[in-house]
Write a protein that binds this ligand. Structure first.
Ligand code: 6GU
Length: 238
């Protein structure tokens, strides 16, 4: 997979060279480049924003630098605009994006990017406008980081242990069950007996029940979507 990130704060994306994405690069699964949008400005002050037509607070990112940047790096790509007005980012969307050959993240700052850039991008490749969730960040850089990390760890050959991918939160639509390790007793708190029983059938059943209990308590919206159970009332929740 190839990933290009276009931003006015390339240093913000430095963590991409480390940790999980860094591992993917070392394994040859990922080719990643971070670009400074100001490299596509032509004026002495490297201007990337201007006041909004129609008035209002804040500044809007100008179309010309974005147009030149995307013409150069985004032909044929899936172009992701990170914006709080986008579709919510989910594990399913991460799964989908992990199958794409070339992702380009266009990180907006200020009040957003001139809408004509999004229309232009759609002539170069496939556009997705994606939000991390219902809260406001100063810019799309953190979202690009988060999306990249969620996508790259799904690349075939990235995770040593495919089972840990299959069992984690959100993959089956449920939150993950609680986990324990040694010692069996710590500060007067014991690991649930069933996990020490060696009975794999009982352990699996316990984990399924705990995952459902947790999901009902914390994310009843997810349970409704799985169709397993309609909500808290159907569960024996403490
Ligand atoms: Cl993708 N960008 C910004 N600026 N704020 C956000 C977001 C993205 N997702 C949630 N809040």
């Amino acid at each position: 997979m190839r990933i290009d990130v276009v931003t006015i704060f390339p240093d913000y994306l430095a963590p991409l060279a480390l940790s999980l994405p860094g591992k993917a690069r070392d394994k040859g699964l990922l080719d990643l480049a971070v670009h400074d949008l100001r490299g596509w400005t032509t004026d002495r002050h490297h201007t990337v924003d201007d006041t909004p037509y129609g008035g209002g607070a804040g500044m809007v990112m100008k179309p010309e630098p974005w147009g030149r940047a995307l013409d150069e790096v985004a032909r044929g790509a899936t172009i992701v605009f990170t914006t709080p007005s986008g579709e919510p980012f989910t594990q399913a969307l991460a799964q989908e994006l992990s199958g794409h050959e070339h992702l380009v993240f266009a990180c907006g700052r200020y009040e957003g990017i001139d809408q004509r850039v999004v229309e232009h991008a759609a002539t170069l490749g496939t556009v997705r406008e994606i939000s991390l969730g219902d809260y406001v960040l100063n810019g799309g850089e953190v979202a690009a980081l988060a999306i990249t990390e969620a996508v790259v760890r799904l690349l075939p050959g990235f995770m040593g242990n495919a089972e840990s991918l299959a069992e984690e939160s959100h993959v089956d639509g449920l939150l993950e069950y609680p986990v324990y390790t040694k010692p069996a007793s710590w500060e007067g708190r014991d690991v649930p007996d069933v996990l020490l029983s060696g009975d794999h059938g009982r352990i699996a059943a316990w984990r399924r029940a705990e995952a459902q209990r947790r999901t009902a308590e914390r994310r009843p919206d997810l349970l409704a979507a799985t169709g397993v159970i309609s909500g808290l009332a159907d569960l024996d929740v403490r």
